[in-house]
Design a protein around this ligand. Structure first.
Ligand code: P6P
Length: 333
């Protein structure tokens, strides 16, 4: 494995493959630097005085952690002066964030969940950042949410950072999936895995089992067959993992296979699901498909969904292609 830096990888994607232009390369490098800053803040924990509640709620009505607010500010400050963005949208902000007039505007829209899994921060379990890049449509006003309401197939780049034993950056620009590990001595992300592929079959599933009584029949049938193991219809035993940080669960699936499910259920049906489409489901679905997997609501391909609002929630079933297709088939039955 050639040990090249993120910068060199992006230069190659731009110059040799023509997959990205200079502005998108700059955008991704700035996002990577913001993730390094978040990694440092998360890594300080109690010593940095960054744990605990911020004392405010976000647009989702969720109590914000200090690190949610700090991570959001790091993203805004890192990205507004570069001239590569027309606007930004975040899980932590009700409305899009306009690029201040004193800075030039670019053609891209950046959407992000600055710190996903923040319920895990105070117990020192991996958390992460998720981001998605769209083009600002011709003539659209990037200060209005309408500019951001594009199907996931329009993404030009997507990625996530995992703040765990190592800090990783996983990225796709539509040319496969690459993983970079933060070399803290050099302060740079180094390519440690290229062309990540999800095995089509799996023996591992991820779902919050405590919601079992609320699930719809197709999900219940699928999970009960997994639990039946060797003697059941699947003819093999399965293992379960649930980190409750989407980034950590999805990274495990990209690394060793599996299926991740946050389906709709009786509790959350009215709000459409738990996970947000624009800055959680879409970027993760783009990455998973680029790694040979699939991503569905159970009824539709996630990347085809037409967003109705910046914070729209959807059911998410993603990972090993054969398993996702089986769950979708059960929804059709
Ligand atoms: P639950 C974290 O809050 C999150 O948005 C995802 O990262 C994670 O997969 C999910 O919610 C966990 O939800 O209901 O199991 O706590």
């Amino acid at each position: 494995m050639r040990r090249i830096t993120l910068s060199r990888y992006l230069i190659e994607e731009q110059r040799e493959k023509g997959k990205i232009n200079a502005d998108l390369r700059l955008l991704i490098e700035v996002v990577a630097r913001a993730c390094k800053s978040i990694s440092v803040a998360v890594g300080k924990g109690a010593i940095g005085g960054v744990l605990g509640e911020a004392g405010s709620d976000n647009v989702q009505g969720e109590a914000q952690k200090k690190l949610d607010v700090l991570s959001n500010e790091i993203f805004l400050e890192a990205n507004e002066w570069g001239g590569h963005l027309a606007g930004m949208a975040s899980e932590e902000m009700e409305l899009p964030h306009a690029i201040p007039n004193r800075y030039p505007q670019g053609e891209y829209l950046l959407l992000f969940d600055p710190l996903d899994g923040s319920s895990n921060i105070d117990i020192n379990v991996s958390v992460g950042t998720i981001f998605s890049v769209l083009r600002c449509p011709e003539g659209a006003d990037p200060t209005q949410e309408a500019a951001f309401l594009q199907p996931g197939t329009r993404q030009v780049a997507a990625g996530y950072a995992v703040y765990g034993p190592t800090t990783l950056l996983v990225l796709t620009v539509g040319d496969g999936v690459a993983c970079f590990t933060l070399d803290r001595e050099q302060g740079s992300f180094v390519l440690t895995q290229e062309n990540m592929r999800i095995p089509e079959d799996t023996r591992e599933f991820a779902i919050n089992m405590s919601n079992l009584r609320h699930w719809e029949a197709p999900v219940r049938r699928y999970v009960e067959e997994l639990l039946a193991g060797k003697e059941g219809p699947r003819g093999k035993d399965f293992n379960m993992r649930w980190v409750a940080s989407m980034v950590a669960d999805v990274h495990r699936i990209l690394t060793r296979g599996g299926i991740f499910m946050y389906p709709t259920d009786a509790r959350i049906r009215d709000q459409g699901g738990k996970l947000r489409l624009l800055y959680e489901a879409n970027p993760m679905s783009f990455i998973v498909e680029q790694a040979g997997g699939a991503a569905s609501t159970g009824r539709e391909r996630i990347l085809d969904l037409r967003p109705s609002g910046l914070h729209m929630r959807v059911p998410v079933i993603l990972g090993a292609k054969n398993e996702v297709e089986r769950v979708a088939a059960y929804h059709r039955d």
